[in-house]
Structure formats: C-alpha cells, structure tokens
Design a protein around this ligand. Sequence first.
Ligand SMILES: C[S@@+](CC[C@H](N)C(=O)[O-])C[C@H]1O[C@@H](n2cnc3c(N)ncnc32)[C@H](O)[C@@H]1O
Length: 226
Amino acid sequence: MWTQKIRNDFDRIALHEQQGWNHNSHYHNFLLKQLPLQCENALDIGCGTGSFSRILAQRADRVIAIDLSPKMIEVAKQKSRQYPRIDYQVADILQWEFPVKQFDAIVSIATLHHLPLENLLPNLQAALKPGGKLVILDLLQHENIQDRLSDFLAVPLNWIFQTFKNRHIKRSPEAAIAMKEHLRTDKYLTLSQAQRIYTKSLKGAMVRKHLFWRYSAVWQKSSVTP
Ligand SMILES: C[S@@+](CC[C@H](N)C(=O)[O-])C[C@H]1O[C@@H](n2cnc3c(N)ncnc32)[C@H](O)[C@@H]1O
C-alpha cells in the first residue's frame, strides 16, 4: 500500500515535472566526479525522468535506469531518444532481481529515503563488480544546532539559485502542489543515522552532509573479493 502511494505520487509529479536547477541537480557534477571514468554497466535507482541517467550514459556502455513510476519512465524515455545506451525499466527496486557482480557504478539520487536502507545495501554491495562504486545522494533531517545553522544559510542561497538559474522557467502551481503533498509523508535520516547504517553494511563508506538538505554516501567495493 505504501509502495502504491509512492507510485501514485510520482506518477502525478511526472506530469508536471519542470526542468532547471534543483537541490539534486546541484550535485550532479559532484556525483559524476565520484564515479569511474569509464563503466561497462551502470545502474540508476529511482531514475525519475532520467536527468542523471543521461549524464551516466556519457560514461557507461549501458545504463539500467529503474523507477517505480510508469509515468516517470514514460517521460524519461521521451527525453532520452538520443540515448540508446539507457535501458529504462518500470520496477520496484525491492522486488528487482539484482544480478551479481554486474555494475561498475550504482547511483541513486533522492530515492533511498523511500526504501528500507539496511535491507537494500547488501543487495547493492553484491551487485557491484570488484572495484565498483556506490554513489548515493539523499535528503537529510537536521539533528543539531550546526545543521539548523546550515539550513538557515541554505534558505537565501536557495532563493538566489532559484531566481537566477531558473529565471526562464515558468513555474507550475500544479507541480508545487503535487510535490508539497508528497513531501508531507516523507521521512529522512539524520547524518548520524545515515553514517551508522552505511558504515555498518559497507566498511569505509564516506557519508557527508551537504547544503540544501542533502547527504552523500560514497563507497568503493574492494577489488580483491572472495
Ligand atoms: C525524488 S525522485 C528522484 C528522481 C531522480 N533520481 C532525480 O534525481 O531527479 C524519487 C524517485 O524514486 C522512485 N522510487 C521510489 N521508490 C522506488 C522503488 N521502490 N523502486 C524504484 N523507484 C522508486 C520514485 O518513483 C521517484 O521517481
């Protein structure tokens, strides 16, 4: 039932999706820098309309891009006609059969807070090739006064970026309403919760806080695996 709600929310959001700068695209370059320079196979979990899948396709021979929402995948396919390397699939990642030691890179942006992270991480670990990279960006809940200060700083910066970077974009009230309704039920980890969960499953994972209510987690699988 919860999965159905998420699917419905994102089907609705996809209809009103707007291009332009946002708190996730702000980190695309940072995420790209964490990835191998050349990949045979890459996986994008919760690809949405494919904005990062298309960037990944410049680095990878094949990108599998998965999303729960059929509408998101429909829009992603329309936007990716020039990207034959991307294989878009409508699927619930929790039901997906992960291939073993298949991917040089697994990426997920603003999606894992919808999923039981502790159960998912072992699958991601097994699906990476030796030496493969896991790169996550997700939303973060503040937990202390420093977080509140950086949230405070993010508000005017957000306004500046929205005003200047998105000045050519016509705002859609429907998009704002659909997103606002979805966000009402969203729950996020704090940085210390994220650090504990990632480092428990993935030894040496680097989990960092970023501006605009985000954290990143980066982990490289050992190239010497049993
Ligand atoms: C906030 S959007 C982010 C989309 C994209 N990664 C981006 O950065 O624009 C989260 C996406 O995760 C997808 N999603 C949520 N739960 C999922 C699941 N169990 N399996 C696959 N995709 C899921 C949603 O349908 C939605 O498109």
